[in-house]
Design a protein around this ligand. Structure first.
Ligand code: ZN
Ligand code: CU
Length: 490
């Protein structure tokens, strides 16, 4: 073959994202697509990359993020591309930056403040305005975005503790229609959080009705991930069935010491239910969670570390018990003084984390919080930790399976056509990694650190990460969902 390409990656070990075993070969890129996979002895290219000893995989898809604002405020997306991530799913846990047709409350209603503490970024009246901004100022990664139910409630309701009235439901449903028309791939809820906890199941079902005809997804941070986790799973299944759409169980976990081990029960329930309806789930590879600081969350954790505090910023990175010692008073008083604030909560069992990660259908999602002063290490470490710690060292699954959980499986579940796979004709989203050294560097103590062994990252045919730093290129696109009927056979 005497073809000429833009890029040829030679002598690679190719892990194609389908879960199949790796094979040796070359990968050629023309424009934004993979033009050839296999032997390419006589071909030439503008750029030849020697990948001897390295693995070429599809770029990773972060199934669960809060990068809605990061895409605009830090478009190099370093926490993500440094891990090999080329696409993020945003707008999770009920919080999306858009739409916000009226001024956001000041201070910003938690947990909407996780995306933006001071409210300046909640300035997109419609989802279309937000998508237009993402497309006018692309980021280094692709994104596919959800519209958040809590955002809709804050945009519509004055008393968030109440169920929405029929008029408010109609208004929120109209915003869902607008968002889906503008490119949103579904609706997310955060039923555990104050702005949505007063929302009955029926409200969610009513608001989500437009998903069915428009091929959208329902993603949920469930009402309860502790004592009532089974009830919450059943609520999630019911919403999926009643609306008639696939559901995504976000960051599946079981929290609180007395629930340790119950992932055996939840996974069995999920697996049974998968026979009758479409269910997906994601997981982050850590036994500590992270979100806003709140007394009821601190109450069932064995240790709490503050990740940011607007009132007392000097305590970012401190253990709550240390702050209590320093300031005096009860833990409850000290929490009130720190608010608004964020925290890491140690409240899961490592055995549950491993069982959920190893479950066949579990996708990898970071749930990273990019604006925290001292973030949970999942923001920078999730994907290399799965590859290094859980696959290579713990042997929980093969490298091929690990990569499938972050690529092919995720692209299929979210309906991202021609992504998440290395094959001729697919988009050239690629991660070139060293399978022997790939690892997390971020820790709870030093959480901001690029990973090891991520040699090069390519998005839509352009290099975005190389030699341990961002290239400055921003080829990212806003991806739409291809509902299953319209998806080409693969
Ligand atoms: Zn969540
Ligand atoms: Cu989340």
């Amino acid at each position: 073959m005497t073809d000429h390409f833009d890029v040829i990656i030679r002598n690679a070990s190719i892990v194609d994202g389908t879960g199949a075993n790796r094979f040796e070969g070359d990968v050629a890129i023309k424009g934004d697509r993979i033009a050839h996979v296999g032997g390419l002895k006589d071909a030439t290219a503008e750029m030849v990359i020697d990948a001897s000893g390295l693995v070429v995989a599809p770029g990773f898809i972060d199934a669960h993020t809060h990068d809605d604002r990061l895409l605009l405020s830090d478009p190099d997306m370093s926490p993500k591309v440094s891990q090999g991530v080329t696409t993020i799913i945003g707008g999770n846990c009920g919080i999306s930056l858009a739409p916000m047709p009226r001024p956001i409350p000041n201070p910003v209603t938690p947990p909407l403040n996780l995306l933006d503490e001071d409210g300046r970024w909640y300035r997109f009246a419609t989802f279309a305005d937000y998508v237009a901004e993402l497309e006018a100022h692309p980021a280094a990664t692709n994104c596919a975005m959800l519209v958040g139910h809590s955002t809709l409630r804050v945009a519509t309701m004055d008393d968030l503790a109440q169920p929405a009235s029929p008029e408010q439901i109609a208004a929120m449903r109209a915003m869902v229609v607008e968002a889906l028309g503008a490119g949103a791939i579904g609706v997310s809820t955060g039923l555990a959080y104050a702005p949505a906890i007063g929302s009955p199941t029926e409200e969610v079902i009513e608001i989500c009705q437009p998903l069915r005809d428009r091929g959208g997804l329902y993603c949920t941070h469930m009402r309860d991930e502790g004592d009532m986790v089974v009830e919450s799973l059943n609520e999630t299944f019911r919403i999926g069935r009643d609306v008639g759409v696939p559901v995504v169980i976000s960051h599946h976990k079981v929290v609180g010491a007395k629930n340790f081990g119950r992932s055996a029960e939840t996974l069995k329930l999920i697996e049974c239910q998968m026979a009758t309806q479409e269910i997906c789930l994601d997981c982050y590879p850590y036994a500590a969670s992270s979100t806003i600081l709140a007394p009821h969350l601190a109450a069932n954790a064995t240790r709490v570390t503050v990740t940011w505090s607007q009132s007392l910023p000097e305590f970012a990175g401190w253990d709550l018990t240390e702050i209590v010692k320093k300031l005096g008073g009860t833990q409850e008083d000290v929490i009130q003084r720190l608010l608004p604030a964020g925290a890491v909560y140690y409240r899961m069992d490592e055995g549950d984390v491993e069982r959920i990660l190893a479950f066949d259908q579990t996708m990898i999602g970071s749930d990273g919080l990019p604006h925290d002063e001292k973030p949970h290490p999942r923001l920078w470490g999730t994907f290399p930790r799965v590859l290094g710690h859980y696959s290579r060292r713990r042997g929980l699954f093969s490298l091929e399976t690990a990569i499938h959980k972050m690529t092919g499986l995720t692209a299929r579940n979210f309906g991202l056509a021609d992504r998440g796979v290395v094959r001729e004709g697919a988009f050239a989203d690629l991660a070139i990694i060293n399978p022997e050294t790939v690892d997390e560097v971020a820790t709870y103590d030093r959480p901001i650190a690029p990973s090891r062994g991520i040699e090069m990252v390519i998005v839509n045919g352009e290099i975005v990460w190389k030699d341990g730093k961002p290239s400055g290129r921003r080829p990212g696109r806003v991806l739409r969902r291809d509902a299953p009927d319209s998806q080409p056979p693969r």
